[in-house]
Design a protein around this ligand. Structure first.
Ligand code: NAD
Ligand code: IPM
Ligand code: MN
Length: 380
């Protein structure tokens, strides 16, 4: 029997709006396949601060460790601007507690009809398709912080085991295609000691465990520039540290023209190929433990108006089905449904697009169009 246990943390602002729509897609998957997803709902971020005085409670952190996957919206907003801790810290504590150390952030066009929405010239951006694998539990984000009135310090450190495990995820994902995808390891080894250690250990892992994968080094600052001038030159896998991955993945959102389109998966081990079982980070559902959330934030500027694009959250659901529940077919059909809805304009059909994509549709309307396609494709 397929399915398992999920914890839903909708978070703040547009988080609950788009999460509710994505869960309707999950309802259709249940109907079509007989899979059952036991859903718990809880608070994280500003919503948790308001109710419990903390950005996440110990009870929620414990529950995160018990479920097969966490489905996350987004945390934060101006009304908690000066609160201590801040809403975003809830998400960081969950990443740490779940040890979901590999954050996969793909950059691609869900539909070719979106290419001309990009701020980059079509000839340069067309065909872009890379995945950033961001180290998600170490580096400057974690470790012993010092915060005094005149001094602040975030030690930026990595140890061997942290580098090895994320490098292995990059290698495993690269090997899922034949021929394997090229991998770029992104660092600042010309300046940072932790980057030099990163670079050396990533090479050791690939030489020993992934000899067929072409591994190249790339400095983070020049990659930020090359993303604009030659983005398709990086089609493949980009594995990088927590801070560089944070910045470069927002930049990749800018490349495709809307943050409302990009999903992410944070995994506790390498994803298993179709038909295979995962090792490290395996959950009770036969997949990898993970947390799934859009790359975008809580978009307070458009919340409460039914304007948010639900696509990134829906595509995050597809990633959850693929990686945490081994439901590859259903994941592909959801992706196909999103593409169909986005293509409808190109096909001369009815345009169903939210404002961030230049359309007039609301969250509900776009979500309903996607649901109808999913229903058709899964024959629910
Ligand atoms: P944001 O991603 O929330 O918004 C940036 C811009 O993109 C805004 O104009 C917004 O309207 C638009 N946008 C984002 N998602 C959209 C969608 N689905 N549909 C249509 N338009 C969309 O970034 P921000 O404004 O810098 O951050 C807002 C809050 O979210 C902050 O508190 C930030 O810390 C937090 N944040 C949370 C997460 C997370 O929980 N994972 C990630 C990033 C930012
Ligand atoms: C992201 C966000 C988070 C991060 C914040 C909200 C803690 O920007 O997921 O990219 O910096 O990792
Ligand atoms: Mn970010």
């Amino acid at each position: 029997p397929k399915g398992g246990k999920i914890l839903v943390l909708p978070g703040d602002h547009i988080g609950p709006e788009v999460v509710a729509e994505a869960l309707k897609v999950l309802d259709i998957v249940e109907e079509a396949t007989g899979a059952r997803f036991e859903r718990d709902f809880d608070l994280c971020g500003g919503a948790s601060l308001d109710k419990h005085g903390d950005s996440v409670t110990e009870a929620v952190l414990t529950r995160c460790q018990q479920v097969d996957a966490v489905f996350f919206g987004s945390a934060g907003g101006p009304e908690w601007g000066h609160s201590q801790p801040n809403p975003e810290s809830g998400l960081l504590r969950i990443r740490d507690r779940m040890q979901i150390f590999a954050n996969l952030r793909p950059c691609f066009f869900a539909s070719q009809s979106l290419v001309d929405r990009s701020p980059i010239k079509p000839g340069i951006i067309k065909g872009v398709n890379f995945t950033i694998i961001r180290e998600n539990c170490g580096g400057a984000y974690f470790g012993k912080k010092i915060e005094e009135s005149d001094y602040g310090c975030d030690p930026w450190a990595y140890e061997r085991s942290e580098i090895e495990r994320v490098a292995r995820v990059a290698g495993a994902v690269a090997m899922q295609q034949e021929p394997p995808m090229p991998v770029w390891s992104v660092d600042k080894a010309n300046v940072l000691a932790n980057s030099r250690v990163w670079r050396r250990i990533v090479h050791e892992v690939f030489e020993k465990e992934f000899p067929k994968v072409k591994l190249q080094d790339q400095l983070a600052d020049s990659l930020a520039m090359l993303f604009i001038t030659k983005p398709t030159a990086f089609n493949g896998i980009i594995v990088t540290d927590n801070t560089f991955g944070d910045i470069l993945s927002d930049e990749s959102g800018g490349l495709t023209g809307s943050l409302g389109l990009l999903p992410s998966a944070s995994l506790a081990g390498p994803p298993a190929a179709r038909g295979q079982q995962p090792g490290l980070g395996r959950n009770n559902a036969g997949g990898v433990t993970g947390l799934y959330e859009p790359v975008h934030g809580s978009a307070p500027d458009i919340s409460g108006k039914g304007l948010a694009n639900p696509v990134a959250q829906v595509l995050s659901l597809a990633m959850m089905l693929r990686y945490s529940f081994n439901m590859h077919h259903e994941a592909e059909m959801i992706e196909e449904a999103v593409k169909k809805v986005l293509d409808s304009k190109a096909d001369g059909g009815l345009e169903v697009r939210t404002g961030d994509l230049g359309g007039k549709a609301g969250t509900r309307e776009m979500s309903e169009a996607i649901q109808a396609e999913v229903r058709r494709l899964l024959k629910a």
